[in-house]
Design a protein around this ligand. Structure first.
Ligand code: AHG
Ligand code: MN
Ligand code: MN
Length: 349
């Protein structure tokens, strides 16, 4: 090999090493600063906030990975939450993890979660913490005891005005007020997917580094996909238009059903491969099961940012104004064409 060829080979190798090194260094907090193209105090805050959420994800992932080997991790607590659902020990642990990581952070004054009747205040943060974290600590709880995929969902809002009476009325605002949202998926690997209104980006937890490293930037959901994801056991409880849609899917070639029991998993599949996830209302519960502030609004923000859509069937999820903290909404979310197809059945009636 000539000297010139040797030097070219060396510099090509260096470039490859640099690229992979650069990728390995694209951590979540650095990515946020890159996205905002700023080192302003707001950008630093958001980056630090996301770093704390990542820490919560790592703590929860660590516990889940050893759950079958430890005492008092799996099973129910015997309590019922504000939603009327039986609480699992992992729900409580994960709920507390999010609180713990934000203590003395100076970032978050309030946390509101589906596991707590009222928001949790961190008074020492309140003079400076201008943000509220809304979250579903464990999404897909029924998967906990059988070692299947789970998630956490998060949403960040700016506190508006003083919440002197602790009523948190400013949270009763549409999902468009979210400044960041995303989810953590506890699957074969742990992934964090987020948006701050500048596209959707995914990160994978590298256990050897203990860091979330960038996997994919600017994820775009396919315009159409084959998956429909819904609990068909509820068929008999749905209104006729939803039943008609499901009958249409059954007689049309090219659809395939996937439903894991954890929305985060099902949504992640649809984000990457396209399709539609539905949790419609039922005749007895027209608002369905999923909660607006902790589940449907954050997922809607992510999917819209990826080029998809999220609706109640009649209203864009991000426009729904909640009347109370734990309000539920029906949800139809996913690829644009799939969502439009479901809507066409609703319009006929
Ligand atoms: P959570 O575990 O936070 O209560 O949420 C469970 C949600 C969602 O993840 C999932 O898609 C759906 O409820 C499953 O409900 P069904 O068992 O009624 O299908
Ligand atoms: Mn949930
Ligand atoms: Mn939950």
């Amino acid at each position: 090999m000539t000297k010139a060829a040797e030097s070219t080979e060396r510099s090509t190798k260096d470039a490859t090493t640099d690229r992979s090194l650069d990728r390995d260094c694209t951590t979540l907090s650095r990515h946020i600063l890159q996205q905002l193209q700023s080192f302003s105090p707001e950008a630093q805050d958001l980056s630090a906030l996301m770093n704390r959420i990542a820490l919560a994800g790592k703590l929860i992932a660590r516990r889940l990975s050893r759950a079958g080997l430890m005492e008092d991790v799996l099973g129910f607590t015997g309590e019922t939450n504000i939603q009327g659902e039986s609480v699992k020990k992992m729900d409580v642990y994960a709920n507390n993890v999010f609180i713990a990581v934000f203590k003395q952070s100076g970032l978050v004054c309030r946390l509101a979660s589906e596991e707590m009747e009222k928001p949790y205040y961190i008074p020492e943060n309140c003079p400076v913490g201008r943000y509220t974290l809304l979250y579903d600590p464990i999404d897909g709880s029924s998967n906990t005891d059988i070692n299947l995929s789970l998630g956490s969902i998060f949403s960040i809002r700016q506190q508006e005005g003083e919440d002197v009476d602790g009523s948190a009325k400013d949270l009763l605002a549409p999902g468009r007020k979210q400044i960041a949202a995303g989810y953590i998926l506890y699957g074969p690997s742990t992934m964090l997917v987020y948006t701050i209104g500048k596209g959707v980006h995914s990160f994978t937890l590298d256990p050897s580094l203990g860091e979330f490293i960038l996997s994919e930037e600017n994820i775009q959901i396919p315009v159409h996909g084959p998956v429909y994801s819904v609990n068909e056991g509820n068929f008999w409880q749905w209104d006729e238009p939803i039943r008609e849609y499901i009958r249409y899917v059954h007689r049309t070639e090219g659809y395939t059903a996937r439903y894991s029991g954890a929305m985060v998993s099902d949504i992640h599949r649809i984000l990457i491969q396209g399709g539609v996830f539905l949790y419609p209302g039922t005749v007895k519960k027209p608002e369905g099961k999923l909660r607006l502030l902790y589940e449907t609004a954050p997922i809607a923000f992510v999917i819209e940012q990826a080029g998809g859509r999220a609706t109640t069937g009649y209203e864009n999820i991000l426009d729904v104004v909640p009347k109370h903290l734990h309000q539920r909404t029906p949800l139809i979310v996913g690829s644009k064409e799939n969502v439009a197809k479901v809507e066409s059945f609703l319009k006929q009636n």
